[in-house]
Write a protein that binds this ligand. Structure first.
Ligand SMILES: Nc1ncnc2c1ncn2[C@@H]1O[C@H](COP(=O)(O)OP(=O)(O)O)[C@@H](O)[C@H]1O
Ligand SMILES: [Mg+2]
Length: 306
């Protein structure tokens, strides 16, 4: 048996106007929650759909649980779970009916009650799909991905569009899947989600993997593990020559200036002094640890949030 849940080499997809995936390598051990993190258009969905056998690849090798689509499509299909877009369900189907129907497509399926319990939808088992909240619909989509008791589960942006509470309850479901011993491969453009859920990540941009590692290792690799933030009342002014005064970079974003620094304790004095001399009208100062957002910014010069 292969130790890897997934092994991908040189995966590539060219659309007429865009190279969606330009040579991606991935290796995911069994039992891991692995994330593809990147902004819209990075190529996450295309990568996932080629792996899932939904989109045809132009080039590259894919090995799923030690099997290839070319030789073992049936076996792969039986061992993977793919989250469907919940919105594609008929309005008047109930969660119980959807899970029973979907389960009937597989030779072996988990009982609807068990799945409803797992995603905390027991109380909504017999409610029309259209009456479920966004979070409940997403949880149903996750339950449907588990109907064949898959070893490997693919989730594409599982929490996009959900409110913070619904996102957190979905994270709990994903953690539950991991505790059951499954491998989970998910995509997200939320760095907090990637940090909270993923054992390891690949950060993607423009169809390529920029870097792979644990969230902590990716942050530690940054030469500047801390950020001093000056907060303004309203939009932050252009930093102009301020960077020259303190000898490090300054980024204005929203109501903040962000000043990455290796050693915030010794940098802080100089920053505050320069701000005073330049009559910089900041209202608060914070020091925070670098995040995956900073890793992305450092690698691409752009923000994940843009
Ligand atoms: N079916 C398609 N035809 C043409 N271009 C596509 C198609 N699907 C995706 N793309 C393009 O490929 C790039 C990657 O898209 P996608 O994989 O959906 O990124 P992500 O999921 O990271 O947002 C984008 O530029 C997108 O516009
Ligand atoms: Mg996508």
């Amino acid at each position: 048996m292969s130790d890897s849940a997934l092994r991908v080499r040189g995966l590539r997809k060219q659309y007429p106007k865009v190279l969606a995936v330009g040579g991606v390598d991935l290796e995911v051990p069994r039992g891991e929650v692995f994330g593809l993190l990147g902004p819209n258009g990075a190529g996450k969905t295309t990568t996932l759909e080629m792996i899932e056998g939904i989109t045809e690849k132009d080039a590259g090798e894919i090995e799923i649980l030690g099997l290839t689509w070319e030789r073992s499509a049936r076996e792969i299909r039986a061992s993977i779970g793919v989250q469907l877009q919940a919105t594609s369900l008929y309005n008047k189907i109930t969660p119980r009916e959807a899970l029973t129907l979907y389960g009937s497509y597989y030779p072996r399926s988990r009982p609807a009650e068990e799945l409803l319990d797992l995603v905390q939808l027991t109380e909504k088992a017999d409610a029309f799909h259209i009456t479920l909240s966004g979070g409940q619909q997403q949880r149903l989509a996750l339950a449907m991905a588990l109907v064949n008791d898959p070893e490997l589960v693919f989730l594409d942006e599982p929490t996009t569009g959900l409110d913070p509470q619904a996102r957190r309850s979905l994270w709990e479901v994903v953690r539950g899947m991991k505790r059951e011993g499954r491998t989970i491969i998910l995509t997200t453009h939320y760095m907090d989600e990637a940090e909270a859920l993923c054992d390891r990540l690949a950060i993607m941009d423009h169809g390529r993997v920029l870097t792979t590692g644990t969230p902590a290792a990716l942050i530690q690799e940054l030469a500047v593990p801390s950020v001093v933030e000056l907060t303004f009342d309203g939009a932050a002014p252009d930093p102009g020559g301020f960077a020259g005064l303190i000898g490090t970079g300054v980024e204005a974003r929203g109501e903040l200036w962000e000043i990455p620094t290796r050693d915030p304790k010794s940098a802080l004095g100089g920053i505050l002094e320069a701000a005073e001399r330049g009559a910089v009208p900041f209202t608060q100062v914070h020091i925070r640890r670098a995040t995956l957002e900073d890793v992305f910014l450092h690698r691409t010069g752009r923000s994940l949030r843009d």
